[in-house]
Design a protein around this ligand. Structure first.
Ligand code: ATP
Ligand code: HMH
Length: 269
């Protein structure tokens, strides 16, 4: 069985962060492991509190895994502190980690800042060059590329600028544009548009986490980056189509819709 590691924050409501990543790995038949960077008290409406995990413990979780188990892919999500970013990069370089998917999480859907302002420089200089695939959303890409983005042409221009900062591939997610759910993949040479119809739902909590974890799972299984991204996008679109109206706010995507469909459970819960 292939094995993937997520380095991210815990979402108590189970729809984003570590919980979304582990469910996504499981849905892909990949064994999931985790190094937790922070614990958030969060639900479908808000992030209420965040406790950072000490840098030393973050590093030790990564060492504990790599010293014992072969890691086929790594997904990195919420890492809010500069010192933690630097330690993670140091440990990943030390263990020669490969197939690294970086979701440069900055602000939660409910508006909570998940990246401290002084950590941006470390994200740029340390983490971006380690990424096989970087998956910014529009607001994150605007900050990384230093330009406003209004349409697909703007996304392509920003993806090219960000790719120049070091990641092998940039997947710029278009979820925040008003009329489509088209993402742009750039590898330094060619632009690929991954098109999907916008699904009319308010339940999109954890979409970004789910997509990056699905890419990592597909890379762990040995897929080429372009195939891994295209299949992950298809999986995510299904997970949004079957999103769960759990909680009073923005509900989570359905990570196991395919298994539930096969088991005849989709309409039961
Ligand atoms: N309503 C929708 N219908 C179909 N696809 C969507 C919809 N909303 C978002 N997506 C897709 O979900 C993925 C994540 O989109 P988005 O740009 O919202 O990321 P994000 O802001 O990082 O998510 P998160 O808030 O979970 O961090 C992208 O592939 C995007 O195209
Ligand atoms: C822990 C965590 N990571 C990432 C996100 C992405 O929005 C979130 N809401 N919570």
């Amino acid at each position: 069985m292939k094995k993937a590691l997520t380095i991210a924050g815990s979402d108590s409501s189970g729809g984003a962060g570590i919980q979304a990543d582990l469910k996504t790995f499981a849905a892909h038949g990949v064994f999931g492991m985790s190094a937790i960077t922070a614990i958030t008290a969060q639900n479908t409406q808000a992030v209420l509190a965040v406790a950072e995990i000490p840098v030393e413990i973050v590093g030790r979780q990564i060492d504990a895994i790599f010293e014992d188990i072969e890691v086929d892919a790594v997904k990195i999500g919420m890492v809010s502190r500069q010192t933690t970013i630097i330690r993670i990069c140091d440990r990943l370089r030390h263990h020669a980690a490969r197939n690294i998917v970086v979701d440069p999480v900055m602000v939660s859907k409910s508006g909570w800042n998940l990246l401290q302002p002084d950590a941006l420089a470390a994200l740029r200089s340390e983490l971006l060059p380690l990424a096989t695939v970087l998956t910014p959303n529009i607001p994150e890409a605007e900050i990384l590329a230093g330009m406003p983005i209004h349409d697909l042409d703007g996304m392509a221009e920003a993806a090219a600028r960000i790719q120049g900062l070091g990641p092998a591939y940039v997947l710029l997610k278009g979820g925040h544009l008003p009329d489509n759910a088209t993402d742009i993949l750039y590898d330094g040479k060619e632009i690929h548009a991954l098109r999907a119809a916008r699904i009319d739902t308010k339940n999109t909590h954890g979409t970004g986490c789910t997509l990056s974890a699905a890419i990592a799972a597909n890379l762990a299984k040995g897929m080429e980056v372009k195939t891994a991204v295209a299949e992950a996008k298809e999986y995510l679109t299904g997970a949004i189509a079957h999103a769960l109206a759990i909680g009073k706010g923005v509900g989570p995507t359905h990570h196991f819709y395919d298994l539930y469909r096969k088991a005849g459970w989709l309409d039961q819960f």
